[in-house]
Write a protein of this length. Structure first.
Length: 366
């Protein structure tokens, strides 16, 4: 796609992690292309979303679809229905999506059906767990995309092994890394005072993936693990709305050492992450954010897409049984030497993805 033919880029996002990971790229698109931003409303909350756009100094989307929560099929179908007339009206030269959400899938499918090239940021990530909705989404999106922006060499290998044309694949790093480094300049330590904590005096936890919240036994085990860690060190737990609903429905309670917080703005979260002892999370994005701020991440899953960070000794795949989580947490709590050794290990992080993506789109021909 040559620069003179690149008149309009339409970006589709729908969740707060997508806002964060797109945040270093969106201003570049605003400056260098005719940019149309669409928010599907997959995770939409008026106050929270506007906080994210304001804190990250981003323009508000041109279109809000307000799809909201629903079943996977109904939510995706509603997005398809609402996105198609927008693409027909704006006639973009490229539709850009990121990651593995239903918004990602809907944006890519609508564009592909209309013969509009799709660019997929974070292409090639694989957990090889087809039971995960996210795994299905990312595979489908990769196979309808023309521009595949892979975060690392492993993702490139996955795409090539699936038969995708090598010239369509570009290893650029991950925009999430750029976003975290950008946020660090804005997330000052004085934010800790709001939460009444000091550096290295607490752990942080998040838990929201459908594979964990929709499986009651697994969810109960993970809450038990967080509660047991909370007996050793205070745990701050920003609770996702999906997680709140499951806890209320099944009367699952947090222990005294775990403080439930409402969902946080990105800068508050990055400040807390930067100064924590460690984080326990099932989030893909937080695994990389933790590596950028040089804090260990205990991954509350049985597998991860970001295996390079585990191999490098920065993150730890604990599984979903309390014993594994508590054992690794105790090691980090009890051994300053182990924490220091972990911090000294080099994280395999490639920055500059956003600029690389823009350079490729502006200079490469079809």
């Amino acid at each position: 796609m040559k620069s003179e033919s690149m008149k309009t880029v339409l970006t589709v996002l729908g969740t707060r992690p997508e806002i964060v990971k797109f945040s270093p790229l969106l201003p570049l698109l605003d400056r260098r292309a005719r940019h149309v931003l669409v928010h599907t409303g997959q995770h939409y909350d008026d106050n929270m979303d506007r906080v994210f756009f304001r804190e990250l100094q981003l323009k508000l989307p041109r279109y809000f679809l307000n799809v909201g929560s629903s079943s996977q099929g109904r939510q995706t179908a509603r997005m398809l229905e609402l996105l198609e007339p927008i693409l027909l009206k704006t006639k973009p030269d490229l539709v850009l999506v990121l990651g593995d959400t239903n918004s990602t899938l809907a944006g890519a499918l609508v564009a592909a059906k209309l013969n509009i090239p799709v660019g997929h940021v974070e292409a090639g990530c694989r957990s090889f767990n087809r039971a995960m909705p996210e795994e299905k989404n990312r595979i489908l999106v990769d196979h309808v995309s023309r521009w595949l922006f892979a975060p690392d060499t492993q993702a490139v290998s996955h795409l090539r092994n699936e038969g995708i044309r090598a010239s369509w694949i570009h290893r650029v790093g991950n925009t999430g890394l750029d976003a975290t480094r950008r946020a660090l300049k804005l997330a000052h330590a004085d934010r800790l005072r709001v939460f009444g904590v000091r550096t290295d005096s607490y752990a942080l936890a998040t838990l929201h993936r459908a594979e964990n919240t929709d499986e009651l036994d697994r969810f109960s085990r993970l809450v038990e693990a967080i509660n047991r860690v909370g007996r050793r060190v205070p745990v701050l737990f920003p609770v996702h709305p999906r997680t709140v609903a499951v806890m209320k429905r099944h009367r699952i309670h947090l222990g005294k050492g775990v403080r439930a917080l409402k969902p946080l703005g990105h800068l508050d979260f990055i400040a807390l992450l930067r100064h924590s002892l460690f984080v326990m999370s099932d989030s893909g994005g937080i695994q990389e954010e933790a590596a950028v701020v040089n804090r260990p991440c205990l991954i509350l899953r049985e597998e991860t897409e970001w295996t390079r960070l585990v191999r490098a000794g920065k993150n730890f795949l604990t599984g979903t049984w309390p014993e594994g989580v508590v054992r690794m947490a105790a090691r980090l709590i009890d051994s300053p030497g182990f924490r220091k050794k972990t911090a000294q290990k080099r994280a395999p992080l490639q920055f500059g993805a956003s600029e690389s993506i823009m350079r490729i789109l502006l200079t490469r021909s079809e």
